[in-house]
Write a protein that binds this ligand. Structure first.
Ligand SMILES: [Zn+2]
Length: 123
């Protein structure tokens, strides 16, 4: 999901051809590197993630109420596992899921080979 930088290049008077920073409207050269701009961009991304998962969050809220009302332990366990499944969907959609979580590690001297450790699901 990239957007073209909205700034106009002073030298040519034409629109900048660079991609805007993720979630933002301008590229790094046109202020995208500034902390304030990056914060705004992150807020926008968070908001988008909230909107895509709003329906699931509503389902989780319903399940939470069911869980609190349930008395049978088996029912409670079933509700919990369903809540867990929904949370995983949210985490996946917002880029925080287990498949997205990576750790980069350098080993050896001068950078060495790049090791990518992928955390699997805990199931
Ligand atoms: Zn630009």
């Amino acid at each position: 999901m990239t957007q073209q930088c909205t700034a106009t290049a002073k030298s040519t008077g034409e629109r900048c051809q660079n991609d805007a920073i993720k979630g933002g409207t301008v590229c790094y050269q046109h202020g995208g590197a500034a902390g304030q701009v990056q914060r705004k961009a992150q807020e926008r991304l968070d908001k988008m993630a909230d909107e895509t998962t709003a329906d699931i969050q509503a389902d989780i809220a319903d399940l939470q109420a069911e869980y609190e009302a349930a008395e049978d332990p088996d029912t409670k366990v079933a509700i919990l596992s369903e809540m867990r499944r929904l949370w995983k969907i949210i985490l996946d959609r917002t880029g925080h899921g287990p498949t997205e979580k990576r750790e980069h590690e350098h080993s050896g001297e001068d950078g060495g080979p790049l090791m990518v450790i992928e955390r699997g699901s805990d199931e």
